[in-house]
Write a protein that binds this ligand. Structure first.
Ligand code: MN
Length: 251
């Protein structure tokens, strides 16, 4: 199995090293990842400046390409220009921080997987629900491997991907796998106004997650309860019921 590994935290991040190491046990891993952190870049592509690509031979198993672009650029250029054959699967992560609910729309980690799915390649995004607390990617890497092995035996449909979020718990504390739907994430106090040394105002986007009600079968609730969440994601954003309703309008 040929596995393309990418991320949005950059090729030097600990999460991608843990992921590549684990996946080397089950396939041939090639890494194509951004040279610096590109979190929250969504599906951005680089078209107004060159994309620099360097052959990257870090410590095993980080072999591949270090790319001066977004996560989406990395998958696109790897599949379309760098790899001799397309990979059998694209795995993005392990992100330092969760990618839950509506946050997937901003996520570079998930978008890299989406780019794989857009190419018709099975794709998985993996994130660890840890931020400032202590964390270790080992357990998340083991779950990523488990899902990759499963998907290689039982393929998911074309143009879909699996978004995995792993709680920051020891292996024995994890309650199991929950197949979920995307929940809703909202943030409070997002824009902080500050002043630069020349007296001009600027804003810094921050804030904290607001407590929103989420369905019991949502990814957010599952991870809160100690489950590894797997959410199948499709790329067709069409609202089918509204489409049918709009067709009845007199235009
Ligand atoms: Mn990230």
């Amino acid at each position: 199995m040929r596995i393309l590994v990418t991320n949005d935290d950059g090729i030097h991040a600990a999460g991608i090293a843990a992921l590549a190491k684990e996946l080397t046990e089950i396939g041939e891993v090639m890494v194509a990842a951004p040279d610096t952190e590109k979190s929250a870049t969504s599906q951005a592509i680089t078209v107004h400046q060159p994309i620099r690509v360097d052959r990257y031979c870090g410590a095993q198993p980080l072999q591949g390409w270090r790319i001066g672009g977004t996560p989406t650029d990395c998958v696109k250029i790897a599949v379309e220009a760098l790899m001799e054959e397309p990979p059998d699967i694209v795995v993005s992560g392990i992100n330092h921080g969760p990618n839950l609910g509506t946050d997937v729309l901003y996520s570079g980690t998930v978008s890299a997987a989406i780019e794989g799915a857009l190419h018709g390649i099975p794709a998985i995004a993996v994130s660890l629900d840890a931020w400032q607390e202590e964390y270790d990617f080992t357990v998340a890497a083991q779950y990523a491997r488990k899902v990759v092995e499963r998907v290689s035996r039982e393929p998911i449909p074309a143009h879909t991907l699996l978004n995995i979020n792993v709680p920051n718990l020891a292996a024995q504390e994890i309650k199991g796998i929950a197949v979920t739907r995307l929940g809703v994430r909202q943030y409070e106090n997002v824009f902080e106004q500050r002043q630069d040394p020349r007296g001009r105002h600027y804003y810094w986007m921050g804030g904290k997650v607001a407590h929103t009600e989420n369905a019991p079968d949502s990814d957010i609730v599952a991870v809160q309860q100690g489950y590894v969440s797997i959410t199948p994601i499709q790329l067709d954003l069409t609202d089918e019921s509204l489409r049918q309703q709009l067709q009845t309008w007199s235009w």
